[in-house]
Ligand binder design. Structure first.
Ligand code: HEC
Ligand SMILES: [Cu+2]
Length: 340
């Protein structure tokens, strides 16, 4: 069991950027399927261990019989090389056993799996759930909360202990939404809505990764869910619903003018300022912890580096470098840092 955990940690850790590792609980990989943090992931974890247990037991039986056969079936002393040992044909008991036992095992595993699928794969939004629309883009995530009037990107903020109902769609190619500690993978497909749900039982940050190869920057299409308590969520959603803050200094004022006069405004929405839909909504970008779908931490320095040359931070991403002068850059960064 320890070995399995270690291997799974290594495999899953390899998919998460180093920048994000600081958020993990000590000893628990932030992406481990063996540390479920909510009911949907717990159901899956139970099936995983059942299947691992049953198949491990079968493995032990088969390998033991193989060992016995190797030892007992050795060539008897005195039998000349090339001579055939005694041949055995047909045994009704043995044939019956290796037909019936596997059938029963497969039948039981099927029953358990079907039951878990019924619990995990809901076709309708559960009562009292919070609805969130997830739109996969090459190579970032858009999140819309239709009932709350919120549009945000890359960091899904949810209240702890409440069911979250996801309606997933893609703006371009197929992606897959996978935050292993909260729920199983769900494909995100163009022109076709898929659904899934999860509930985080403890506050914290849960990480994941787009799990369907979707092009150049696929490996940088990370997922992040922040589960916070109800009061904090109320405060967060009030802030997100408000119109983007006005610049609070002369340099930020100039930054907004630069933002509006360059192509930034045609790709990005800042509520009350621009309505571009190609890139993430930036109305409250400074409330996020990361930039570029988890590519780097959010900080003034990194915002500057990102805008100056996004390709250096996330090669292949769909934001070009617009070649701002140092002055323009300083102004735009000052403006974005005020968008809390
Ligand atoms: C051609 C469209 C386009 C233009 C022009 C553009 N961006 Fe972007 N921007 C994007 C895309 C797409 C992303 C998402 C990149 C990713 O994570 O893969 C992005 C990401 C960002 C992010 C990170 C947002 C987040 O939540 O991670 C910031 C900040 C940003 N852009 C600011 C700007 C500014 C400022 C300008 C103008 C100087 C600008 N962008 C010009 C398309 C554009
Ligand atoms: Cu993807």
């Amino acid at each position: 069991m320890v070995g399995v955990c270690a291997v799974s940690h290594l495999m899953l850790l390899a998919t998460v950027s180093i920048d994000n590792l600081e958020v993990c609980t000590p000893g628990v990989s932030p992406t481990s399927i063996f540390h479920p943090a909510g009911p949907a992931a717990t159901h899956l974890n139970d099936v995983i261990w059942l299947v691992v247990g049953v198949t491990a037991a079968i493995g032990v039986v088969v390998l033991t019989l193989l060992g016995v056969a190797i030892v007992k079936g050795r060539r008897p002393a005195g039998l000349s090389p090339g001579a055939e040992p005694t041949q055995v044909f047909g045994s009704n008991q043995v044939e019956l056993a290796w037909t019936v036992v596997p059938t029963v095992i497969v039948f039981l595993l099927t029953l358990v799996t079907v039951r878990v699928i019924r619990d995990v794969d809901l076709t309708e939004m559960p009562d009292g759930a919070l609805r969130v629309q997830v739109i996969g883009h090459q190579w970032w995530w858009e999140y819309r909360y239709p009932e709350l009037g919120i549009v945000t990107a890359n960091e899904l903020v949810v209240p702890v202990g409440r069911k979250i109902w996801l309606e997933l769609e893609s703006a371009d190619v197929s992606h897959s939404w996978w935050v292993p500690r909260l729920a199983g993978k769900r494909d995100v497909i163009p022109n076709y809505q898929t659904n899934t749900w999860f509930q985080a039982d403890a506050t914290g940050t849960y990480l994941g990764q787009c799990a369907e190869y979707c092009g150049t920057a696929h490996a940088g299409m990370l997922l992040r869910v922040d589960a916070i308590d109800a009061a904090a969520f109320e405060a967060w959603s009030t802030a997100q619903r408000s119109t983007a803050a006005d610049p609070s200094s002369a340099v930020a004022m100039r930054g907004r003018a630069v933002f509006e006069s360059l192509a930034c405004a045609s790709c990005h929405t800042v509520s009350g300022v621009s309505d571009g839909l190609f890139g993430p909504d930036l109305s409250h970008v400074a409330s996020r912890a990361t930039l570029g779908s988890g590519a780097i931490d959010f900080s003034e320095d990194n915002v500057r580096r990102w805008i100056d040359n996004p390709q250096a931070i996330k090669p292949g991403c769909n934001m070009p470098s617009l070649g701002l002068t140092p002055d323009e850059l300083t102004a735009v960064v000052a403006y974005l840092m005020g968008l809390r």
